[in-house]
Design a binder for this molecule. Structure first.
Ligand SMILES: Nc1nc2c(c(=O)[nH]1)N[C@H]1C(S)=C(S)[C@@H](COP(=O)(O)O)O[C@H]1N2
Ligand SMILES: [Mo]
Length: 362
């Protein structure tokens, strides 16, 4: 077993703080990612928290500020369970780094995406209990972990628009895949914001603040922003670039994984596709000739709101090298952009360009 109870074959970008993703194959076929394969993304140390002493403070523009224990949350509100995919904004950055280097940022592959069943209470109900004052626009979350890369040093945080916070799906979760939430993933309580970039799903959440403006936290005001291609990533002040929220349609290939030579002939190609917020996956196309001719992949199972969709198809692999390309369309008919060059940005976020995998057969 690897660090933090993860699989031995995790691709560890950084041991401390722990940043690691599973190999592609570990995400194939199954809706729920086992905890030991679920990616870990941490900006600072994993805090050690005594769950009995822990409290959640709810404040800001509310009629009744509150300080809630885990028992208060469990007894005060009905529990809800939902399946949701988390995707880091840095997912598939490796494809952007191939275009042009992105110094100081981890070369994530497609594995900074995982799906779990989360159990907790709806943020909307907790906010209703506190009484949101009219005119507020955002809900900010803060954890206790101080990231060394934050400038000035500060605990991790971020915010979502009030409308999203009141929509019901945003969950304050204490369990993951039916097990108590592990420390790595935010115990005793984390926010799960389905359909938004992973950074908004604040772990070890201690404070929820209803406010007029988006969070001024370093990780919202300075980081996780989409800068123009020619911007200097170090010179960006607060509020420069686009704030990232809902996840854009993306997809990648999970099997084959391109690491071994395959037998020529009919070969199953599988992958995932994901579109954030209230969008779903409408179609996935696969090409074995670099995108000249496309076939439609089969989508697995039924669509599950807030979750990725696995897909599969069979292609006939000739002897030699083949470039497999996959692209997804969402339910608003948005298509992934064709090339990583077109979406390259200085911090390396949202590489949702077509998935491309070179395989060799004989
Ligand atoms: N407190 C805290 N919450 C956090 C982070 C963090 O560093 N500290 N990382 C965020 C980012 S960038 C992502 S992508 C997700 C990753 O969640 P996971 O580690 O459970 O996969 O958690 C988010 N919540
Ligand atoms: Mo992230």
């Amino acid at each position: 077993m690897g660090l933090w109870g993860k699989r031995d074959d995790m691709i560890v970008h950084q041991a401390d703080p722990y940043n690691a993703e599973p190999p592609r194959g570990a995400l194939a076929d199954r809706m729920l990612t086992p905890v030991e394969a679920f990616y870990g993304r941490n900006h600072g140390p994993i805090p050690v928290i005594d769950p009995d002493a822990w409290r959640l403070r709810v404040g800001g523009a509310v009629a009744q500020p509150a300080e809630l224990s885990l028992a208060d949350l469990k007894s005060g509100y009905p529990a809800q369970t939902l399946t949701a995919t988390l995707q880091c904004a840095g997912n598939r950055r490796a494809g952007l780094i191939e275009v042009r280097d992105i110094p100081g940022e981890a070369p994530w592959g497609p594995g900074a995406t995982s799906t779990a069943e989360w159990t907790g209470v709806s943020l909307a109900r907790v906010l209703a209990g506190a009484g949101v004052r009219p005119g507020a626009g955002h809900v900010a979350f803060a954890g206790p972990d101080v990231a060394p890369d934050a400038d000035p040093p500060q605990p991790f945080g971020g915010s979502i628009p009030l409308a999203k916070a009141l929509a019901g799906e945003v969950t304050l979760a204490w369990a993951m895949n039916g097990q108590p939430l592990p420390a790595m993933h935010g115990a005793p309580l984390r926010v799960v914001v389905p359909g938004y970039i992973g950074a908004r799903s604040v772990k070890w959440v201690e404070q929820i603040t209803v406010q007029d403006t988006p969070s001024g936290n370093y990780f919202q005001a300075r980081v996780y922003r989409l800068l123009p291609a020619d911007a200097d990533p170090r010179s960006g002040g607060p509020g420069v670039g686009l704030s990232l929220g809902a996840v854009a349609v993306s997809a990648d290939i999970l099997r084959p994984d391109g690491r071994s030579v395959l037998p020529a002939g009919p070969t199953e190609v599988t992958g995932y596709a994901f579109a954030g917020d209230d969008r779903g996956i409408a179609r996935v196309d696969v090409s074995a000739d670099g995108g000249h001719r496309w076939r439609q992949a089969e989508l697995d199972g039924e669509a599950v709101p807030w979750a990725w969709r696995h897909w599969r198809t069979i292609i006939d692999l000739p002897v030699g090298e083949t470039q497999i390309t996959a692209r997804a369309w969402d339910t608003t008919a948005a298509l992934q952009p064709e090339s990583a060059e077109h979406v390259w940005n200085p911090k390396g976020y949202v590489n949702n360009s077509w998935a491309r995998l070179r395989v060799t057969a004989r």
